[in-house]
Structure formats: C-alpha cells, structure tokens
Design a protein around this ligand. Structure first.
Ligand code: HPA
Length: 272
C-alpha cells in the first residue's frame, strides 16, 4: 500500500470521528501535557484507533490526537509523539505529521525536552529553536519521494519560521517570560549523551540536544508547513560534576516549565 493511501486512510478515520478542519497543529513533548487544560475539546482520538499510526511507548506520553479550539481557533494536538529510539523507522516517526498536514494543518507548533549544552543555560529555561543539526539521525525523507507531499530535495534554509520566532520573543517580553534561543542538535537516544558527546555537540555549534523534533520538522517543511518549536531545558549536559540525571528528572523539569510554554503557545495561536 502506498504511503499516500495509508495517510488518506488515517485522515478519513480522524475526519469520521470529528469533521473539524484544524489549521494549527501542536506537538506536546515529555511532561508538557498541561497545555491541553485550556483547550475546548471536540474529540480525542487514541493513536491505537487510527489506521497505520504507530503506538507511543514512552512514560509521560499520552498517545492521542486532541481536536478542539483555543479561544475559537481550531487546533489539533498530538499528545504524545513517536521517537526513533522506540524502534520505529524515521518514516513511521513522521507519519502523524503527514496526517496533520492532510487534515488541514498549515502551522505546526512543537515542544520538546532537551539537554542544554550552552553554558549560559539553566534547567527550566525555554529555548526557541532557531535551527537544527540533524545529520546524526536518519532523515525521514529517505526512500521514494512522495511527490504529492513535497519535492525530492526540499530546501532547509529556514525550517523554523523567522516570523514566528520574532512573534515569540515579542510575546515573551510582554508576558515577562525569559526566552533563550538556539540550535537544536538531534540524537537518536535512548541513552543520554556521554560528557564527551555533550562537549562535542556544543563545539559543533548547538545549544541544546534532544531525541525528537528534527525529523518531524523535516517532514513538516517537506510538505510546506510553517514551523515553530521550543525546547524546555531539562538538564545540563556540559556540567563537570554531578552530571547524573534520569528520565524522571527530565519530566519534572518539563512539568515545571510547562505553564510558561503554555502561555507562549496560547498567545502565539491567538495571532495565527
Ligand atoms: N539529551 C538528549 N535528549 C534529551 C536530553 C539530553 O540531555 N534531555 C532531554 N532530552
């Protein structure tokens, strides 16, 4: 079965549950589920029900599409995402992105938890992603190109919308939220990086490192979506001492920062 048919079957299923046409998609990263509290929910569609959707296996990931409105704006939320380290191919990881696109999503807001490698960062910081380095993970566009989705060799000179980045800074300033900005380095995980790896990643020009997002962004840009993404800095990889941390600590730090992220996303959505 071709990818286009698989996408169409998933889209038809979601449309049959809820005929809403959302234009904004939101992907919630680990521990960032609090965002859904302000959403007027029209329908919740568990990933397990949607044809061809992979199934999320990670603690802290809800695993459903939430369709609804925020202050009247139609959105679809991916509560829980798919990671390469779970054993999915990178094409499977981005399947939901393509479904969102076919559902009508034009703008994608992404959040994630990431390790800070910029020496000026502290745990709990929010970092707007200005660009990414993704060559350490498998490109999701490898394989036959789906010409109906986008070109064989898509441009990646501005994967993260400069316009939305500027808007985020204006929103943060007005709301009194400190916003960092930087380059996201994508790794496969699931092990966290060694000290040497964190240092290398820093020297390669990145500010944060994480196990998601970049593949999603590549697929989203491929099919012409406008993308905005924020990392919550949940740990600091470059510390010399006491550098042990756990997934639970990452979730705790993400939870603590979630209200600020929610504010930025909500105010951003109001401008879209
Ligand atoms: N490395 C990779 N992924 C992560 C990290 C990290 O330090 N923190 C949260 N996600």
């Amino acid at each position: 079965m071709s990818e286009s048919i698989r996408i169409a079957e998933a889209v038809n299923f979601v449309r049959a549950v809820c005929s809403y046409k959302p234009t904004i998609g939101v992907i919630l990263g680990s521990g960032l589920g609090g965002f859904t509290e302000g959403v007027h929910i029209e329908a919740e569609v568990p990933y397990t029900d949607i044809p061809h959707f992979p199934i999320s296996t990670v603690k802290g990931h809800g695993g459903k599409l939430i369709i609804g409105t925020i202050e009247g704006t139609r959105i679809v939320i991916m509560s829980g995402r798919f990671h390469y380290y779970e054993g999915y191919s990178s094409t499977e990881v981005v399947f939901p992105i393509r479904v969102l696109h076919q559902l009508g999503v034009k703008t994608l807001l992404i959040s994630n938890a990431a390790g800070g490698v910029n020496a000026d960062f502290t745990v709990g910081d929010l970092m707007v992603i200005s660009d990414h380095i993704s060559f350490a993970v498998v490109n999701p566009l490898i394989g036959p190109n789906h010409d109906d989705l986008g070109p064989r060799f898509p441009d990646m000179s501005e994967p993260y919308s400069k316009e939305l980045i500027a808007r985020a800074h204006a929103i943060a300033t007005e709301a009194g939220i400190k916003l960092k900005q930087g380059v996201y380095f994508a790794v496969t995980g699931p092990s966290f990086e060694t000290r040497a790896e964190y240092k290398l990643i820093q020297r390669l020009g990145a500010d944060a490192v994480g196990m998601s997002t970049a593949q999603e962004v590549i697929a989203a840009v491929h099919c012409g979506m406008t993308v905005f993404a924020i990392s919550v800095i949940t740990d600091l990889g470059i510390r010399e001492e006491n550098n042990k941390f756990t997934h639970e600590e990452v979730l705790d730090a993400a939870n603590a920062a979630a209200p600020l992220l929610t504010t930025i996303f909500n105010k951003m959505i109001a401008t879209l």
